[in-house]
Design a protein around this ligand. Structure first.
Ligand code: ADP
Length: 422
């Protein structure tokens, strides 16, 4: 003869002392015990484990034991599962309220360990506390009223919270925009002054005779340019975020713009032994677009292809004209992108690498960045009425599968308000 499997009891209780006392008592009586500290956690556990009986405290940190009961009772799978309240609320009124929400029985604290196991056994066998029918009907009505009142309050609270979040979000956008703006002016001055110093006759002759000084001057100016690039990127993103991106549309040659973007990376490509080739056939001669913003988009896509491709790799750029679109593909032999990240990478400030490895270098392998490059690409593409997407079979730095970025631009931009960035 095989033993019947032990019945499973789920106990929902936030007080650790009660939890441990009930657990020990019921385990000692031969039951399998599951524990949850919160109401919603208890509901999830009940749905997963389908216990034979649910014992719940009434005052829980998130939703009440009555809500737990009403929620489970609304689920066909728990129509007949005994649910028992175990609570310090001893007044009759509370008992009736709990019964109104659908509990089978009501046990009070302090827990009587002598009788607890017997009581649980009775409820498992179908026992049900009785209560005056009219009091039960009134309790049910009151429970529904309570739920509606609470819901109304929660909707009001959510509305206030939502307004606050929108206000904070706007403040954040303004803060980013104002800060980037304010930084740009002094930085332009710093750059100008550094050029003036470099050009001053005394300094010029000093630099000419001192290689170290020449390297320092170059380092200074390169760093300023990098900062200017970051600030421009932030300003573009914030223009997209605040829907202030106004395209300045002219006739441009996308192929020439791409060649010019490629020329920015000649040194970096050489250092990293990377090959970047562009197939000149297939590009539409001219398109109507914002040339400055497109240059930024091409720069970002090329610098990413370089950053995420190991030394010695290959980057291939092609374009075709299809219907009324120009479709540009930038394919690399880099570390690739995990399927879960293929869409997320276009969100602002989303980086898949370690943020602490942040570097503004546009060519160092896995140099990392602040995660704005692709947000700008998407914002600008969409503002033109185009799109951007990435293809990759996965992320694997050891055996790089490569990635392809596909930029679709209408031959004649039909400016669309940029969508709000995530
Ligand atoms: P970042 O400044 O971090 O480069 P981006 O917005 O340009 O920010 O890119 C977001 C993330 O997308 C990067 O952190 C990187 O993980 C991933 N990514 C972008 N381009 C590539 C690529 N060509 N190959 C692999 N991963 C890429």
């Amino acid at each position: 003869m095989t033993d019947k499997p032990a019945a499973t009891i789920l106990y929902i209780e936030d007080d650790p002392a009660s939890r441990s006392l009930v657990e020990r008592t019921l385990k000692f009586a031969g039951y399998r015990v599951l524990l949850a500290e919160r109401g919603l956690e208890g509901i999830d556990l009940a749905r997963r484990e389908r216990p034979d009986l649910i014992l719940t405290d009434i005052n829980l940190p998130d939703i009440s034991g009555r809500d737990v009961t009403a929620t489970l009772r609304a689920d066909d799978r728990f129509d007949t599962t005994p649910i028992v309240a175990l609570t310090a609320q001893t007044m009759d009124e509370f008992r009736t309220l709990a019964l109104g929400a659908g509990v089978n029985g009501y046990l009070t604290k302090p827990i009587d360990i002598e009788t607890l196991a017997d009581s649980i056994k009775r409820y498992l066998e179908g026992a049900r506390d009785t209560v005056d029918e009219s009091a039960l009907a009134a309790a049910k009505e009151q429970y529904v009223d309570d739920v509606v009142t609470r819901l109304e309050q929660q909707v009001r609270d959510l509305q206030v919270m939502n307004e606050n979040l929108l206000r904070l979000d706007k403040m954040k956008d303004t803060f980013i925009q104002v800060t980037a703006h304010e930084l740009r002016t002094p930085l332009t001055l710093v750059f100008g002054y550094s050029r003036l110093i470099e050009e001053a006759p005394d300094i010029k002759s000093l630099i000419a005779g001192d290689d170290n000084l020449a390297t320092l001057m170059k380092g200074l100016q390169d760093s300023i340019k990098r900062m200017q690039n970051i600030i421009n990127e932030i300003l573009t993103v914030s223009r997209i975020i605040t829907n202030q991106i106004d395209l300045s549309i002219t006739t441009v040659s996308p192929g020439h713009l791409m060649e010019s973007a490629m020329s920015n990376f000649t040194d970096g490509l050489k250092q990293r032994r990377l090959t970047m080739t562009m197939d000149a056939i297939g590009w539409p001669e001219r398109i109507r677009a914002d040339g400055e913003l497109l240059a930024m988009v091409f720069n970002n896509l090329l610098s990413n292809a370089i950053k995420y491709t190991p030394d010695g790799g290959q980057i291939t750029i092609t374009a075709i004209q299809q219907d009324s679109n120009c479709i540009i593909r930038i394919q690399d032999t880099g570390i690739g992108i995990a399927p879960a990240d293929l869409v997320k990478i276009f969100e602002s400030f989303h980086t898949t690498g370690d943020y602490m490895l942040h570097s503004t270098s546009k060519t160092a392998f896995r140099g990392g960045g602040i995660g704005l490059g692709l947000a700008v690409v998407r914002g600008v593409a969409e503002a033109h009425g185009g799109s951007i997407r990435a293809e990759s079979t996965g992320h694997n730095p050891e055996n790089p599968p490569g990635s392809t970025f596909i930029l679709t631009l209408p031959l004649i931009a039909h400016p669309r308000r940029a969508r709000k960035l995530a």
